[in-house]
Design a protein around this ligand. Structure first.
Ligand SMILES: Nc1ncnc2c1ncn2[C@@H]1O[C@H](COP(=O)(O)OP(=O)(O)OP(=O)(O)O)[C@@H](O)[C@H]1O
Ligand SMILES: [Mg+2]
Length: 618
């Protein structure tokens, strides 16, 4: 007797549902996509108990007549494609005619829908895939779908669901994706009868990002410079260099309006950020890639979460270039803040008088030629003790020596190239002092800037090293006495393999017997006293960076970063001219606002923020 049997329609739907409906968030995704495809202007979503007890989506889209409403519950029934050829160029979010029947087969399902202008609507109730009720419905034009008791008839599936909180978070993320992808549509979300957000329809993506994530995030984003390529357009916003997250939750990528996960694109974004991204962190992106629908296959993933590009290489290159260009542009904008004049001096002097002798800058002294230690605000004098700091009377406030660095002439003597002089002359900032031997405090046109001296130094060294390596000429300095040092055999292998890279970096290192090396020179801008110790530290660091044998294949970039990190000395108090030069060099870097490892080098605190904090402005 034959053993093969055709599955009933209901069981077949449940099997299909296994792929399409993984969890409550997939229900939300499919229903919202249907609403978007139906041309809705507003979509209201309500969930209860992580969407397990209820998901309801109400839209004001085109609605369906009774026949269509019944058909929508059949498998492979869709209004969106007709022939296989249509699969080549899909312009809607749905196309398989699978979602509605799949969801209806694993829940208690109700749809109520009405076309605009129709006298009556239709209400259909389905339980576990079986139609129970079909009757006239009286809702407003559009479609309402309610999905209750998800997986009530598939207990095995239900067991795989996570906590209500986790499921809710997944749903919220899903709606964030849709809301960012469609700023022109109004969205609202109710969770367990409480409003989570209400997003009015807006005309710009920026407004939507602000409404959803707040103005603070928006301010740290840069608008992508649209690429001019005819084949592929890229737009949206990305995080400034130095802005990153520990998860992928704000790494949003859309291809032709569809939120997707794509290794091709995320890899390209990472490459575009290059050293502007902290290791192990994820960038913040709201990236929209548009290309000919025929150049993308969207029919490759059961939940339509991934796509395949016909020319992945072209897409990759376009994204890398676009990210690089955007970050470069952002840098130019940032520099502008340093080139605007700081508030006029007389006004500042007036306010000094008005507040007695409270000012930290009572006078402007001429630039000194001799080196002088910078003031350290974090001196042990009880500054860390808030009580004491507060009780300090104005006349006794600690006074900092005052310096102005806005004269181009001062810099001119220190800098060689004419180009440097012009650039530097444009950069207006004023160093106030150094906090805790580490943070340089300065004022620019926008307010207060805090610079992490070490991170800044690393960035400057790194870019210099990279530039010199490209030009094949890292100037070196001979050590007074060549040093030899032993390393364990594994480390020796590593050094052997990377000898040429190290040499190109200006490190004069060569084999000197088994597991022994000799160093006789170092790059002259590295101020290192013990070359052998320095090399050991670099190697240790590189080993721990990758923690396995692939350390042997670490790129030259990585080696350069590590060399620079160890070249910067901790708690090395800099002097005025050094700090000033450091800041100018930093501002001249390609990516001034983060160190080679992606940590921020500087933080801007705007005057507006200060006013808010001090309650001057609400
Ligand atoms: N909210 C809605 N408003 C109007 N029509 C809808 C709505 N939801 C579904 N439909 C209709 O029902 C059909 C079936 O929906 P379903 O989601 O099952 O398939 P699909 O969207 O065509 O493809 P996919 O399975 O890829 O989502 C749709 O093609 C559409 O015509
Ligand atoms: Mg659909």
């Amino acid at each position: 007797m034959g053993r093969i049997r055709l599955l009933s329609e209901t069981v077949a739907s449940q099997v299909a549902a296994g792929e399409v409906v993984e969890r409550p968030a997939s229900v939300v995704k499919e229903l919202v996509e249907n609403s978007l495809d139906a041309g809705a202007r507003d979509i209201d979503i309500a969930i209860r108990r992580g969407g397990i007890s209820l998901v309801r989506v109400i839209d004001n889209g085109c609605g369906m007549d009774r026949n269509d409403a019944l058909l929508s519950l059949e498998r492979h029934a869709t209004s969106k494609i007709r022939s296989a050829a249509d699969l080549q160029a899909i312009a809607t979010l749905g196309f398989r005619g699978e979602a509605v029947p799949s969801i209806a087969s694993v829940s208690r399902f109700r749809v109520s829908t009405r076309e605009a202008g129709a006298i009556a609507g239709t209400e259909i109730v389905v339980n576990g895939g079986k139609i129970d009720v079909v009757r006239d419905g009286g809702e407003a034009p559009g479609t309402q779908v309610e999905v209750r008791s998800l997986f009530y008839n598939l207990p095995a599936r239900r067991k795989f669901l996570r906590s209500e909180n986790t499921e809710s978070r997944n749903i919220e993320h899903q709606i964030h994706l849709q809301a960012i992808g469609h700023p022109e549509i109004g969205f609202s979300l109710m969770r367990d009868d409480r409003i989570v957000f209400q997003l009015p329809a807006t005309t710009t993506l920026g407004d939507r990002i602000r409404d959803l994530y707040g103005v603070e995030l928006l301010q740290r984003l840069v608008e992508v410079n649209g690429t001019a390529s005819a084949k592929i357009q890229i737009s949206g916003f990305i995080g400034q260099a130095g802005l990153s997250r520990q998860t992928r939750s704000q790494q949003l990528v859309f291809v032709n309006g569809r939120a997707i996960e794509s290794n091709v694109i995320t890899g390209a974004v990472r490459e575009g950020y290059h050293t502007a991204l902290m290791k192990g962190q994820y960038p913040v992106t709201f990236l929209f890639v548009e290309l000919d629908p025929a150049a993308v296959d969207v029919n490759v993933h059961p939940a339509k979460r991934e796509v395949r590009f016909r020319e992945p290489k072209g897409v990759r290159e376009a994204v890398v270039r676009c990210i690089q260009r955007t970050l470069e542009h952002a840098r130019a904008n940032w520099q502008e803040k340093f080139s605007a004049p700081i508030r006029p001096a007389p006004a500042a002097a007036d306010s000094v008088k008005a507040t007695g002798d409270l000012s930290l800058r009572s006078e402007v002294t001429a630039p000194e030629v001799t080196h002088r230690e910078l003031p350290h605000l974090g001196a042990p004098a009880g500054v860390a003790d808030p009580g004491r700091a507060e009780s300090e009377i104005p006349g006794q406030a600690p006074r900092l020596p005052e310096r102005h660095f806005d004269s181009a002439a001062v810099v001119a003597s220190a800098l060689q190239s004419q180009e440097h002089v012009t650039k530097a002359a444009q950069q207006q900032f004023e160093i106030i002092g150094v906090l805790s031997k580490l943070y340089v405090l300065m004022e620019n046109a926008n307010g207060l800037v805090l610079v992490d001296q070490h991170a800044a130094h690393e960035r400057v060294l790194f870019e210099e090293l990279r530039r010199r390596m490209e030009q094949q000429g890292v100037p070196t300095q001979k050590l007074l006495l060549p040093q030899t040092f032993d390393v364990p055999p594994r480390d020796a292998d590593w050094i052997e393999q990377n000898l040429s890279v190290l040499q190109r970096m200006g490190i004069g290192i060569e084999s000197f017997g088994p597991d022994t090396f000799k160093i006789d020179s170092l790059p002259s801008f590295l101020d290192v006293s013990d070359a052998a110790q320095f090399m050991r530290k670099v190697i240790d660091d590189l080993k721990s960076a990758s923690n396995n044998a692939s350390a042997m294949r670490l790129g030259e970039e990585m080696i350069a970063k590590t060399v620079c990190r160890h070249a910067v000395k901790a708690n090395d108090p800099l002097r005025y001219p050094e700090v000033e030069k450091l800041i100018r060099d930093l501002l001249d870097c390609d990516l001034p606002y983060c160190c080679p490892h992606g940590r921020p080098t500087m933080i801007q605190i705007s005057l507006a923020e200060l006013e808010k904090k001090f309650g001057r402005k609400i």
